[in-house]
Ligand binder design. Sequence first.
Ligand code: NAD
Length: 260
Amino acid sequence: MLHGKTALVTGSTSGIGLGVAQALAKEGANIIINGLGNADEIEKIRASIEADYKVKALYHGADMTRPDQIRDMCAKGIEAFGAIDILVNNAGIQFVAPIDEFPEEKWDAIIAINLTSAFHTTKACLPGMKKKGWGRIINIASAHGLVASPFKSAYVSAKHGIVGMTKTIALEVATEYITCNAICPGYVNTPLVQNQIRDQAKVHGISETEVVEKIMMQPQPTKKFVEIDQIGEVSVFLCSDAAQNITGIALPIDGGWTAR
Ligand code: NAD
């Protein structure tokens, strides 16, 4: 379905981003992967996307706190593939603390990576999409883009912000066959969540299993983690012709969390 298209997925060396990159590659899109991590591991990921899906995959290590590096990544992607047709803004980090104890540098990093980086990628990729008269922007927000939880002020602010940005972009490009949507997952078992499980077990003095059962799954009515593959498949759907008129939405994949 996506042969001849190119997708940039930020934060795709791990977790949800990697799953979305693989799902888009499976449909034939060339992929630009991005994210932090060990160089050899990242090269393995890049090479396996090419080998498994018979597409081209390029890695760019832009730090999502650095607008100059983000612009360079988009420019290099466009230079290599001619255009970036699909942009998935996925890179994200988390930090949990009461707001009066929240470290300022953590606030700044979360806003930069989880929100502002999507402004810079979108600004850089939109002109090419407009020129081609086709584009898809998918912002990986969160259930925390729709509702709040205590101690996550920066994350909840960034995720609500990206939902707002999603709607604004959708309106700005509505006549140009470009859609912009947010996906709002509940808890997905990725390294980001595994770190939270470890931290919460220490804070509450309970086992990691208890953290999952008693704390994490408490707001998620299905009592199960959302699967990475499910987010990949929904992303593919949002890139399909069937989804041409789906734009400006914040789509929960949260096991019923935000139905309450
Ligand atoms: P993850 O930690 O597995 O992956 C995060 C990715 O972002 C990694 O590739 C990492 O290298 C990259 N990254 C982090 N800081 C970066 C930086 N400064 N520059 C470039 N890349 C950077 O996390 P995940 O759970 O897969 O999260 C992906 C997205 O999904 C995030 O935006 C997160 O907020 C969102 N999300 C996750 C969950 C969940 O339960 N896991 C739920 C809702 C939303």
